[in-house]
Ligand binder design. Structure first.
Ligand SMILES: *[C@@H]1O[C@H](CO)[C@@H](O)[C@H](O)[C@H]1NC(C)=O
Ligand SMILES: *[C@@H]1O[C@H](CO)[C@@H](O)[C@H](O)[C@H]1NC(C)=O
Ligand SMILES: *[C@@H]1O[C@H](CO)[C@@H](O)[C@H](O)[C@H]1NC(C)=O
Ligand SMILES: *[C@@H]1O[C@H](CO)[C@@H](O)[C@H](O)[C@H]1NC(C)=O
Ligand SMILES: *[C@@H]1O[C@H](CO)[C@@H](O)[C@H](O)[C@H]1NC(C)=O
Ligand SMILES: *[C@@H]1O[C@H](CO)[C@@H](O)[C@H](O)[C@H]1NC(C)=O
Length: 590
């Protein structure tokens, strides 16, 4: 079509929407096609039997990015892999608890939830001075994802260590003074105000208490565990007996529960909102182009064991070069306006994918679980199961089901290995969230190219698996649009059972590959007296690490005692469990 004709046609189209609408560049409006594919057909690329490369990290980049600033997933996968510059906006309140009445004159820890900072009044029963500050200008901060404040060996602090020291120092895990000093010294050349981390709740290491913040209040709070300071009665006989009821000695558990509860407010999307991240400057250690030396280190490891230590010197240098690139011209105001890079709102876009598939894949898995198709004693009504599963698949694919994609006629025989007729649906489903971004590619930063690849790689694998299942079902004549035809047991065994088994392993494989923490739930659900808790440092059943904030005889004994096998398993593989939120509190014994 000639450029002029194109502009005229588009103008006519847009005039019906809004008179003031800009005329898009010619070619932006995709021509409706009768033959599905929007891209060049490529048999290998769109083969429904070919899954992602074993070294692909698109699902890992996708999930870490979709999980940024959320407590739940970053507790499950505590070894962070992302570093993202961000801004704490003007007017944000920041809290700091201490034993003395002084504003810190050196780097110190602050929290965005006062329940968290109050714990740092420390000295149980001593003074509690609680400071509230307000940000007077946008603060420039660097966020480390994972449980980057968890003082545990094995990787949660690796990314900070490589910023500060170019090496991982497990022997300094507890040496937080050294860490904050090194980080703040390093950040001076970029005017970094602080570092955002997560443990039981979020926290900010703040480098200079005289810059960018101003005190709002400096209050002396009643120290936890100390009764309200009521003047003693002169005649003890006059104390009503009900005020002398015995209490279990567990005030520190009350205090700690408050931190866990505040952390849980940020469990799921959008998570902690008091920092705005600039994803166009994100650095991910799952970027295999930037950090190739980590690829062999991850090989064969469960995701829980992925870590950054062991990265090559060459890659550390590349890391520092990229850090320099993303921080050198990072202007807090500019980042808030999403003005850097293309302007695409990546966080929302990633969440769109999670929203579209999280519940629907879980429901499909549930349906396929319900009849245990892997059991040899399978005797359920699989007519109904297959039909239910097909309906779920159709729900997910209804917006991509191209009218032109038709299986070959039945008399040519069912060929479950050649589903190429469904390939245009796969292709459309797989590119539907990303092909619209291609015109902006020239504006992308390096980080945005990584984000686009992660989005496409992840969405594509979801589409491949569900389109293949659906196409197999259609080939088998199971169409929720047709009346249900009960299949007798002989046909079922010969035909439907193998298919159900394949589907079950397909959905399990897909969900395992995606690894979304949203699927980790307390089953059965917790009672109203409990919350669902993802175990985190230091509130495991037992830890072999020193826990400096436990200065209470009640919890003595956690440190030093050898944990048993189940207790070790809990901090190797944290899984949610219910803990009480009314007395008696105890995160160790649900
Ligand atoms: C798709 O890939 C599989 C496995 O590599 C292969 O056997 C099959 O022939 C391919 N199908 C098409 C249509 O190319
Ligand atoms: C870390 O490495 C970078 C780049 O190689 C270098 O500029 C920096 O001085 C190093 N830092 C330390 C603490 O060794
Ligand atoms: C289905 O079964 C698997 C494996 O037994 C289990 O992990 C998963 O939670 C179940 N899913 C649902 C939705 O019940
Ligand atoms: C299958 O059924 C037999 C006989 O009822 C029983 O002994 C066996 O444990 C069952 N197997 C499974 C995997 O349920
Ligand atoms: C299986 O379910 C279908 C649909 O609900 C029903 O028509 C059929 O009678 C059921 N078969 C058995 C054996 O229960
Ligand atoms: C798969 O089926 C299509 C027709 O649907 C046919 O054109 C193609 O040659 C077949 N490919 C293979 C590898 O059998």
């Amino acid at each position: 079509m000639a450029p002029q004709g194109c502009a005229v046609a588009l103008l006519a189209f847009f005039a019906t929407i809004s008179l003031g609408a800009q005329i898009p560049l010619c070619g932006w409006l995709p021509t409706p096609t009768t033959h599905g594919p929007l891209l060049e057909p490529d048999a290998g690329r769109w083969n429904l039997s070919v899954g992602p490369n074993v070294d692909s990290t698109s699902h890992l980049v996708f999930d870490t990015v979709a999980s940024l600033l959320q407590h739940w997933p970053n507790t499950r996968y505590r070894n962070g892999h992302s570093i993202v510059p961000g801004v704490v906006p003007v007017g944000t309140l920041i809290y700091h608890g201490r034993e003395t009445r002084e504003i810190p004159n050196e780097p110190e820890w602050t929290a965005t939830d006062p329940e968290h900072s109050r714990v740092f009044c420390r000295g149980f029963g001593s003074d509690c001075w609680h400071l509230t500050f307000v940000a007077t200008r946008p603060l420039k901060v660097l966020y480390f994802d994972g449980s980057s404040g968890a003082k545990m060996e094995g990787g949660p602090m690796d990314t900070q260590d490589y910023v500060a020291w170019n090496a991982s120092h497990p022997e300094w895990v507890i040496d937080e003074k050294r860490r904050i000093t090194s980080l703040c010294d390093w950040g001076k050349k970029y005017q970094v105000d602080g570092f955002y981390r997560m443990e039981g709740d979020f926290e900010m290491m703040l480098c200079d208490f005289t810059s960018g913040i101003q005190p709002v209040s400096f209050m002396r709070l009643n120290p936890e565990g100390v009764p309200w300071n009521r003047p003693s009665p002169t005649v003890s006989d006059e104390i009503p007996t009900w005020t002398r009821r015995p209490r279990p000695p567990q005030p520190i558990l009350h205090e700690h529960y408050k931190v866990l509860e505040a952390g849980s407010w940020h469990n799921s999307y959008p998570g902690e909102g008091r920092i705005k991240l600039d994803l166009t400057r994100l650095i991910s250690f799952y970027d295999t182009d930037m950090f190739p030396s980590l690829v062999p280190l991850r090989f064969g490891l469960d995701r829980l064991q992925h870590h950054v230590s062991g990265i090559s010197g060459q890659d550390v240098q590349v890391f520092h070069e990229r850090l320099d690139e993303v921080l050198r011209d990072f202007q807090p105001n500019e980042a808030l306006a999403l003005a850097s890079g293309s302007g695409v709102d990546w966080r929302t876009l990633f969440q769109v994918i999670v929203d579209r598939y999280a519940d629907r894949l879980e429901m499909l898995q549930y349906i396929l679980n319900a009849t245990d198709a892997t059991s040899e004693n399978y005797s359920q009504n699989y007519t109904q199961t297959v039909d239910n599963a097909m309906y779920r698949l159709q729900l997910m694919l209804t917006t991509y089901a191209l009218q032109t994609a038709r299986p070959p006629p039945l008399d040519t025989g069912i060929d479950k290995d050649n589903l190429s007729w469904a390939s245009p649906i796969y292709q459309y489903c797989a590119t539907t969230h990303s092909s619209g971004l291609y015109p902006f590619k020239k504006l992308f930063t390096k980080s945005e190219h990584l984000l686009l690849n992660a989005l496409e790689g992840t969405n594509r694998e979801i589409c491949r698996v569900i389109v293949r299942m659906w196409a197999e079902g259609i080939e088998a004549g199971i169409d929720p649009g047709l009346p249900l035809q009960p299949i007798d047991d002989t046909d079922g065994d010969a035909f439907l059972l193998p298919m159900l088994k394949r589907w079950r392993s397909d959905i399990d494989g897909l969900m395992k590959w995606l690894g979304w923490s949203i699927w980790l739930k307390c089953r059965p659900a917790c009672s109203i007296e409990e919350i669902c808790y993802m175990p985190t440092w230091p509130w495991f059943k037992k830890t072999p690490w020193p826990v400096p904030i436990f200065e209470d005889p009640y919890v003595d004994g956690i440190v030093g005692n050898e944990p048993n096998e189940a207790e070790v398993e809990e901090w190797k593989n944290p899984l949610p469990r219910c803990i009480r939120r009314i007395e008696p509190f105890d995160w160790r014994n649900p």
